[in-house]
Design a protein around this ligand. Structure first.
Ligand code: HPA
Length: 273
C-alpha cells in the first residue's frame, strides 16, 4: 500500500474511534464564513492539531477544526478552516481534508469561499454559485505517484459542480429572496492579490470570480466521484480601470455580512439532499 493510503487509513480510524461515523455531507467553510457552525447540533469537535497526518492551520482567522454533528436533520462533517498553497502547503496537504471526509463516507461535498468579483456586474456582498472553474494554480492535486490508486487519475471535468445541486440551490435562493449569481471561478495561488494586467487577463478569460482555494478541493472530489457544489461570497470588486486597495480585514468583514445568506442556502440545501 502507498504511504499516502496508510496515512489516510490511520486518519480515518482515529476519527472513527472518536465517534465520527456515517457522515452524510461534508462542508468546507471559507474565510469569514465560520458561523454556520453555530447552527450545528455538535457531537464532536476535533482540532486539526490532534488528527494524525492532518496539516496544521497557520492563518489565525482559520480556527482549524473538524466538527461533526447534525444540521437540518443530516449528519454533517465540517472543516472549519482550510489549507492553501499560499501558506506553504503542497496540493496533497491542501486536499487532505477532502480525502479524509470521503474516507469517512460523505456522499456530498459543499464548499464556500471568499472571492473577488471579476465580472463587474457582480458586486461586493453578492453570492455566486460556481458553475465551472479555471485551475490557474499551475499544478494538480492529482499529480503524484500512485494517484491513480486512490481515485480516477484522468478524472473527467464534465460536471465538476453538480448540476442537480446547483439547480436546487438556485431554487432555494429564489424562494428566500437571495440574489444568487452564477459563474466561473478561477483559482490562483496568491497570497498577493492580482495586478491590473492580471484582472484584465481574467476578464478576457471570461472569469466571474477569482480566489485562492476551492479548485484543488473540487478536482479531488471529482477524482473520488463525490458530487459537490460551491458558493463564493464576493468580497471585493476587481475593476482594473478603478482598482481599490483591499485588505484582508475588509474581505473578512464583507464575507461576515453576507454570511447569513450563505447559511440559509446551505441549511435549506442540506434539507433537500
Ligand atoms: N483575488 C482578488 N480578490 C479577492 C480574492 C482574490 O484571490 N479573494 C478574495 N477577494
Amino acid at each position: 500500500m502507498l504511504k499516502k493510503q496508510l496515512d489516510l487509513q490511520e486518519t480515518k480510524t482515529f476519527l472513527q474511534d472518536k465517534g465520527i461515523t456515517n457522515p452524510e455531507i461534508g462542508i468546507v467553510l471559507g474565510t469569514g464564513l465560520g458561523k454556520l457552525v453555530n447552527e450545528i447540533d455538535i457531537a464532536h469537535e476535533i482540532p486539526y492539531s490532534e488528527i494524525p497526518h492532518f496539516p496544521q492551520a497557520t492563518v489565525e482567522f482559520h480556527s482549524g477544526k473538524l466538527i461533526y454533528g447534525t444540521l437540518s436533520g443530516k449528519k454533517v462533517l465540517v472543516m472549519s478552516g482550510r489549507f492553501h498553497v499560499y501558506e506553504g502547503y503542497n496540493l496533497w496537504e491542501v486536499t487532505y481534508g477532502i480525502r479524509t471526509l470521503h474516507a469517512l463516507g460523505i456522499k456530498t461535498l459543499l464548499i464556500s469561499n471568499a472571492a473577488g468579483a471579476v465580472n463587474l456586474n457582480f458586486k461586493k456582498g453578492h453570492l455566486m454559485v460556481i458553475e465551472d472553474h479555471l485551475n490557474l494554480q499551475g499544478s494538480s492535486p492529482l499529480a503524484f505517484k500512485g494517484s491513480g490508486e486512490l481515485g480516477d487519475l484522468f478524472a473527467d471535468m464534465l460536471e465538476p459542480y453538480s448540476k442537480e445541486l446547483n439547480t436546487k440551490m438556485k431554487a432555494i435562493a429564489k424562494a428566500n429572496d437571495i440574489d444568487l449569481k452564477e459563474g466561473v471561478y478561477a483559482s490562483v495561488v496568491g497570497p498577493q492579490l492580482e495586478t491590473r494586467a492580471e484582472y484584465r487577463m481574467l476578464q478576457i478569460l471570461e472569469v466571474d470570480a477569482v480566489g485562492m482555494s476551492t479548485v484543488p478541493e473540487v478536482i479531488v472530489a471529482k477524482h473520488l466521484q463525490l458530487p459537490c457544489a460551491a458558493v463564493s461570497v464576493l468580497t471585493d470588486e476587481c475593476d482594473p480601470k478603478n482598482l481599490q486597495p483591499v485588505n484582508i480585514e475588509e474581505i473578512i468583514e464583507v464575507a461576515g455580512k453576507a454570511e447569513p445568506k450563505m447559511i440559509t442556502l446551505f441549511k435549506e440545501l442540506i434539507k433537500e439532499i
